[in-house]
Design a binder for this molecule. Structure first.
Ligand code: ZN
Length: 174
């Protein structure tokens, strides 16, 4: 196996945001997902982050690690779902909500359904690969016996800006 060439990682010009613990609304949890996305950037990964909430507590927090692990399944949502299932001791996550900074891809939308999540909240729609309304909607499979509650566009602006800036700097680097 050959090692990929070492690249210096791009400095991240964005700061983490620490919202008040007192108001645990969708913005609160999405800021935590945003902070995970910043951690991804600092490891030279596409900045996408996710957290999973259950009963007002965070039971999982992860960011994209596809390049560092060289694993095509190492998306933020998959890593978070695995953590959450371990925390709960069950693959069924019926009462949990996934917050993610970008609309889930086919794999992660599918995994969210298979985990029977109660709810998915995402920031930025993805018209190319998003499978919860952006490109297509796996949540609308006619034969499926599970439906996710969906909320779109929470903190869309800062989450979009983070991803946009990352790819812009990447292109300048190449
Ligand atoms: Zn994915």
């Amino acid at each position: 196996m050959t090692e990929p060439p070492q690249r210096p990682s791009l400095p991240c010009p964005f700061e983490k945001v620490f919202p008040s613990q007192l108001q645990r609304d969708d913005d609160f949890y999405m800021w935590l997902a945003y902070n995970q996305a910043i951690d991804a950037w600092k490891q030279d990964e596409v900045p996408i982050g996710a957290v999973i909430e259950l009963g007002g507590e965070i039971i999982a927090a992860a960011h994209n690690q596809r390049d560092s692990t060289r694993d095509p399944t190492a998306h933020a949502e998959i890593l978070a779902l695995t953590q959450a299932a371990k925390a709960v001791g069950d693959w069924r996550l019926n009462e949990a909500t996934l917050y993610v900074t970008k609309e889930p891809c086919p794999m992660c939308s599918g995994a969210s359904l298979m985990a029977r999540l109660k709810r998915v909240v995402y920031a930025v729609s993805d018209p190319k690969m998003g499978c919860l309304g952006g490109a297509t909607d796996l949540n609308a499979l006619p034969g499926s016996n599970h439906r996710l509650e969906l909320t779109r566009g929470v903190l869309e602006k800062p989450c979009h800006e983070l991803i946009r800036a990352y790819f812009q700097l990447k292109r300048q680097e190449d």
